[in-house]
Design a protein around this ligand. Structure first.
Ligand SMILES: *[C@@H]1O[C@H](CO)[C@@H](O)[C@H](O)[C@H]1NC(C)=O
Ligand SMILES: *[C@@H]1O[C@H](CO)[C@@H](O)[C@H](O)[C@H]1NC(C)=O
Ligand SMILES: *[C@@H]1O[C@H](CO)[C@@H](O)[C@H](O)[C@H]1NC(C)=O
Ligand SMILES: *[C@@H]1O[C@H](CO)[C@@H](O)[C@H](O)[C@H]1NC(C)=O
Length: 531
């Protein structure tokens, strides 16, 4: 748990790791090694990402030749990789889990309240309630007998965990190769030795191949700053400005968010009502006006939505619409058509589509039964994203626990200036930090910069709602030799749209180390509404 402890009896962390194995064995000359991934958050599960997206990622990085039959003379482009994900400290399957609530019922109730309560900024009452809840959560998570792992789950020890992972992988590679060699009686001594040399564990010198998304780019950049000599390949995709993030104020995240909403109106107008229901012959001005009017009215009076065969009664509030906008700008390609339908519906006083969406998202409430422990009959509610996100970002950032409420509201004001559509939600992510009394045991204080052994490939979307492209350029300047690839889409990280061009550049970089040419821009294979 504590990388700086010399006490062997010290509590330990057991990292949950998952591997999608390479399609060739470790002694095959085309074995490319392991690529570690991190899905961001902070606090998202790398195990889950490999389960859900591992094959897609492997398809991008692997050679496009089928592994069998073996090509007569494999080229540098014929490589196949293991894809490895891990749940960072405190997260999901990794133990000890970070838990601020003493029982799953209280967490579930708190989370349901979060969905029900109005967003910060929607009214004075809502803002005060949000602040109060953030302070209550902060005080709970950082109380004296609170979870100990909270002081050991910031990015710095997680970087040290990655070093440990690549060392153990090196050890595993050597042992696995040894077993394969022993089983192959036909190999000559020279071949055996060749296989052995190629697979040898280079103790304390193993190198990292990594693809990190969003906060995963902060993790990767911090690794490169702390262990520059261990960098073999780093693809940092959806880039945060690490320095600003470590300051504790996320003032370099929502700078392009509103441009995505502008894009929505433009495209909707362009494709017309056939494809975008909100477009119905209106100008962009008129659409914007209709949405503004609808939101203002909802903020006074919510829509009444009677229950149906498939869900109970509900109301649609200003906050509900703001939340669906947030979801949609992250995945413009997928969600714009739905967003149009929601706007159309809601602006006509009908909240049924949005109520259906809300209900599909709802955490199921377990019926209490008469047994002594009602949980046994129903899985405990496990989503701990709110606490883990706060714990990692509050301990990564500078201490804000002594600062005033006014300090938070000044920060919130800056965000409001940057984005009408995202400021409220973004500010609420880190609000608990103003009441966070834990400090991390080990926090890397050096600059997030340096000269890595191999240059970094930074990737940004033209319009990203949470990690604007400018951050990729800014971070690239801090690490010598870097290249930036721009993917011409709107959404968060490159996984929000497929791009053959991006895939080819990422693959070439992993295989050969070659960076794309300066100024490269990759188009997406598809665009929202098929425009
Ligand atoms: C913790 O250990 C690392 C090396 O493992 C060292 O670089 C760092 O300075 C130590 N930090 C503290 C607070 O002792
Ligand atoms: C945690 O990991 C499991 C797989 O072990 C996955 O099914 C689940 O969705 C993950 N939870 C989260 C919150 O990512
Ligand atoms: C509301 O919209 C839904 C879906 O668009 C539709 O099925 C329903 O009839 C509408 N309700 C009213 C009262 O117009
Ligand atoms: C918001 O922007 C305006 C105009 O650019 C500026 O005058 C004001 O100081 C800004 N407020 C904050 C809180 O950044």
């Amino acid at each position: 748990m504590d990388w700086n402890s010399t006490n062997k009896a010290e509590e330990k962390v057991a990292l949950a790791i998952i591997k999608l194995p390479a399609v060739v064995s470790v002694t095959d000359p085309r074995y490319g090694g392991a690529i570690l991934i991190n899905p961001g958050g902070p606090g998202a599960s790398g195990v889950n990402m490999v389960l859900e997206q591992g094959r897609r990622l492997q398809k991008i990085v692997d050679s496009q030749n089928t592994p069998l039959p073996v090509q007569a003379s494999p080229t540098a482009d014929d490589k196949y990789y293991d894809i490895i994900g891990f749940d960072p400290r405190g997260i999901n399957n990794t133990t000890p889990q970070y838990e601020c609530f003493t029982d799953p019922h209280s967490r579930q109730r708190w989370s349901l309240d979060n969905e029900f309560l109005d967003l910060l900024g929607s009214s004075t009452v809502a803002t005060e309630q949000a602040w109060g809840r953030a302070m209550a959560l902060g005080a709970t998570c950082t109380r004296k007998d609170g979870p100990k792992i909270g002081r050991f789950m910031n990015t710095t020890p997680t970087v040290a965990d990655i070093v440990e992972i690549i060392e153990r992988l090196g050890e595993w590679r050597e042992n696995t190769a040894e077993a394969i060699i022993a089983s192959k009686v036909t190999l000559s001594e020279a071949q055996k030795q060749g296989n052995r040399d190629a697979a040898r564990w280079k103790e304390d010198e193993e190198l990292l191949q990594y693809w990190g998304f969003s906060y995963g780019a902060v993790l990767g950049a911090t690794f490169a700053a702390m262990y520059p000599h261990r960098v073999k390949r780093l693809v940092l995709d959806g880039v945060c400005d690490s320095h600003i993030m470590y300051s504790g104020y996320s003032t370099a995240n929502v700078l392009d968010t509103d441009k995505i909403m502008e894009k929505f109106f433009e495209i909707c107008h362009q494709v017309g009502p056939e494809k975008c229901s909100f477009g119905s012959d209106n100008t962009v001005e008129e659409m914007r006006g209709t949405l503004d009017k609808t939101l203002a009215s909802l903020n006074e009076t919510p829509l009444v939505v009677p229950g149906s065969d498939t869900r109970g009664p509900d109301i649609i509030t200003y906050s509900d619409v703001m939340r669906i906008i947030k979801e949609s700008v992250y995945e413009a390609l997928e969600k714009f058509p739905l967003l149009a339908d929601v706007f159309t519906d809601v602006s006509h006083g009908n909240g049924s589509i949005l109520a259906d969406l809300k209900s599909a998202d709802k955490i199921p409430i377990c019926p209490s039964d008469n047994s002594e422990d009602g949980f046994k009959t129903c899985p405990p509610y496990k989503e701990r994203f709110l606490e883990t996100l706060a714990s990692i970002s509050c301990t990564d950032g500078e201490d804000r626990s002594g600062l005033t409420k006014q300090d938070f509201f000044d920060y919130y004001g800056v965000l409001k200036n940057q984005s009408r559509w995202m400021a409220d939600i973004w500010a609420s992510f880190t609000m608990p930090c103003w009441g966070w009394k834990n400090r991390p045991k080990w926090r890397y204080e050096g600059p997030i910069a340096g000269s890595p052994a191999h240059p970094i490939l930074w990737i940004g979307n033209t319009l990203d709602p949470a990690t604007p492209l400018r951050n990729a350029y800014k971070m690239a300047l801090r690490f010598s030799g870097s290249a930036v690839l721009e993917q011409e889409t709107a959404g968060h990280c490159t996984y929000s749209s497929d791009s053959k061009c991006t895939a080819e550049n990422v693959r070439r970089y992993f295989h050969t180390g070659m960076l794309p040419s300066v100024g490269i821009r990759c188009r997406a294979d598809k665009t929202p509404f098929g425009v």
